[in-house]
Design a protein around this ligand. Sequence first.
Ligand code: V55
Ligand code: FE
Length: 496
Amino acid sequence: MVDFSGQRPTTGFHAPTRFEADIYDCEVVGQIPTDLNGGFFRLHLDAFYPSKYADDAILAYDGYVTSFRFSKGVVDYKGRYVRTQRFMKQLEARKQLYGYYRNPYTDDPSVSDPANPHLRTTANTTPVVHHGKLFATKEDGLPHVMDHNTLKTVGPTDFGGTWNSQTFTAHPKIDPVSGEMVAIGYEASGLASKDVLMGTFDKTGKLTQEVRFDVPYVSMLHDMCVTQKHVVIPGGGAIADIETLKAGKSHWGWDASLPSYYGIIPRDGEAKDMRWFKGPERALVHTVNAVTEGDKVIMEAPVVEGNPWPWFHDIHGAPFKPLDYTIRRFTFDLNSKDDGYTEEILFKTPVTSFTRIDDRFMTLPYRYTYVQYSDPERPFDAALAGPFGGRTANSYGRFDIRTGETLSYCAGQSHAVQEPTFVPRPGSSEEGDGWILGIAHNHVERRSELIILDAQRMEEVARVVLPFRCSGQVHGVWAGEGDLAFDDPTQLALAN
Ligand code: V55
Ligand code: FE
């Protein structure tokens, strides 16, 4: 028997869906551009069984991968659970066996294995495409290789035995110039361990460089930035230690008295080259982009000045209050003698933590940040709030970090949008020439719609209408036909 009562979210729009689906030839309003060919992949949080603890983080929910396969003006949809070891063990037992987010000490004794916490990953955070493969990633375990045509789970990978960390970030960065992928794994040697593995994969997926270092204190290292020369690793605020885990508590607490920190290391550096800059209480969660200019590393990110996590308690007892993110710039001077840096607010408009760029400009000077937010002129109906505890959004914005100008698109007063993903127009090389794809949840009709915008005008060109609601998305990725070997979608559907 399955009973989700008392769980968050339960009956809301972002409640788990618990079904898998194929839709051949989706319903479309408007015209799908005929040169938009490839796959839009997304990872969702979709618990097949309710959490053991009603106050647990939804970040522990099962991973669910969806694809919108675009081909010559038509689109097919697929959705599948990621068949992690954890998911299969639950199906076999017909119940939830796993306890708190990232705490194996709270698991059923039949599966509890605190020495191998990565085996309980749900692979629910970011679909990543590199060297012709699709991966489902989560920062507490290894990436799962997914068949990008069928969405069948191939299984976890340590890259042929070369990746010597239990974990792998959900936000590796791909250098568009070299095709390299730079990644980290934190809590690399076990629960609440201070060590981080950083490594570079060449465009064929071969690990060509690795370095290991310790963080100032164990913290959530959710995202990272890569420039042409450096890697930036922001952390701080969230804390973890083994005693708290053994006591059966949630993995993370929040300590407002600790500094935020920013590790900067040359891409080919050794542990001794790592520099830790430190500042006041902050959470970045996600970054936008960074560049190296001479002796300076300049990074932009959506930032909050406190605990962004409703599930991770302030260790000094402060009650949780939702905070707004603003896009800020951090400038780190590699010649400085101290560990300080400068921080500027670039846009006062509150945004969510989900911002993306034209990934062809990752690591390089760039201009546009695409944000998920509520346009101040079209305020969001709070009744439609999403699963992340804070504000959610009805609009996509294009923020020009060079001029400060903003362009906005509102999906509708009863729509809640998920992270935007930029798709380059084939044949173009100009930054921002392409489309924005993003799911909007239509709360009135209780269904989800994929919105396609012209990214230069931020105007809608088409909507793919699904006949059901999707569970809450975390991140998405676009793969063009040159990035993955796609089967012909018509033949694929006829064969299945
Ligand atoms: C995040 C998401 C996660 C996680 C840690 O958005 C951080 C940030 C969906 O899982 O495990
Ligand atoms: Fe993320």
